[in-house]
Design a protein. Structure first.
Length: 285
């Protein structure tokens, strides 16, 4: 990606480094109570992962509480330390999403309110409850923040063979896509629909939410002007690696899918990348 000297967002914060415990601070509203139990085929966290909010990578099994070692407690005691290269690129990607979605919202007569990216290490507190590395990155509608374990990108490269700066940017852009959905009211509507749906029906609604966020990530990438040759392929590889059909343990059961198959996720990202038009990112939940 052509990040170069691209502007950095100031909407990034770092966990205190104290970690989190229990399930306190679950947050009010429907989304603070939405839990997805997702099977993991990797055996790092057993067979289930508890996820809060809207997650791009929940079904990946996350970091399994171990982590790749890119984060540690900062010497000044004010918070965790994040690998400088990851910190800078994350700030630049987030800054680019703010520019792109700011322009999109302005064109429709609305105002875009940016989200905040919150780095933590192993465990921390979110407005939706305890954030743990095993969850993978997620967006919490209660406090409007994205939560990302600082060691996650190591895991994305090592365990899921999805390296590259655009693969990392896709993760952030997907979660920003959930924030856009939140601002648009899509998360409220989908949550209300899930509350009265069957388990299979609720999962289908969630798949629609996740695929639209994938598409929105592609829209950002197309409009950002940051892509270089090979970046789109990196994104497709990451989308393929995190499809429900790739991550399901044992017999594949589409009724239990919550994020979409590899083919669906790749197609959603491709739609955004090719069109650059958020209107093409249809919510099908």
């Amino acid at each position: 990606m052509r990040l170069g000297d691209a502007p950095e967002s100031g909407n990034v914060e770092y966990d205190s480094g104290r970690g989190g415990g229990g399930m306190g601070g679950m947050g009010g509203g429907l989304f603070g109570l939405l839990f997805q139990i997702v099977a993991s085929r990797f055996g790092i966290v057993g067979v289930i992962v508890l996820a809060l909010g809207y997650c791009a990578m929940t079904s990946m099994g996350g970091l399994g509480g171990g982590g790749g070692g890119t984060a540690s407690t900062a010497p000044n005691g004010k918070g965790i330390a994040v690998d400088p290269a990851i910190d800078k690129s994350a700030r630049q990607v987030l800054g680019s999403t703010e520019q792109v979605w700011g322009d999109v919202f302005k064109a429709s007569g609305a105002t875009y309110t940016p989200t905040t990216l919150h780095f933590y290490s192993n465990a921390g507190q979110s407005g939706c409850g305890t954030a743990q590395s095993a969850m993978g990155p997620f967006y919490c509608p209660t406090d409007k923040k994205i939560y990302l374990d600082a060691a996650f990108f190591d895991e994305l490269t090592r365990r899921f063979q999805a390296p590259g700066d655009f693969a990392q940017a896709y993760v952030i852009a997907h979660e920003v896509g959930h924030h856009v959905q939140d601002l648009q009211g899509t998360l409220d509507r989908s949550g209300a629909a899930q509350a009265s749906a069957s388990t299979a029906g609720g999962n289908a609604i969630q798949v629609g939410v996740e695929l639209q966020a994938d598409c929105y990530a592609g829209v950002w990438a197309k409009r950002s002007g940051l892509l270089e040759a090979g970046d789109a392929e990196e994104g497709m590889k990451a989308a393929e690696a995190i499809g429900d059909d790739q991550l399901t343990q044992g017999r594949v059961s589409p009724d239990n899918f919550t994020h979409g198959t590899s083919a669906q996720r790749m197609q959603a990202l491709r739609t955004g990348l090719q069109s650059g038009d958020p209107a093409e990112c249809k919510y099908t939940g």
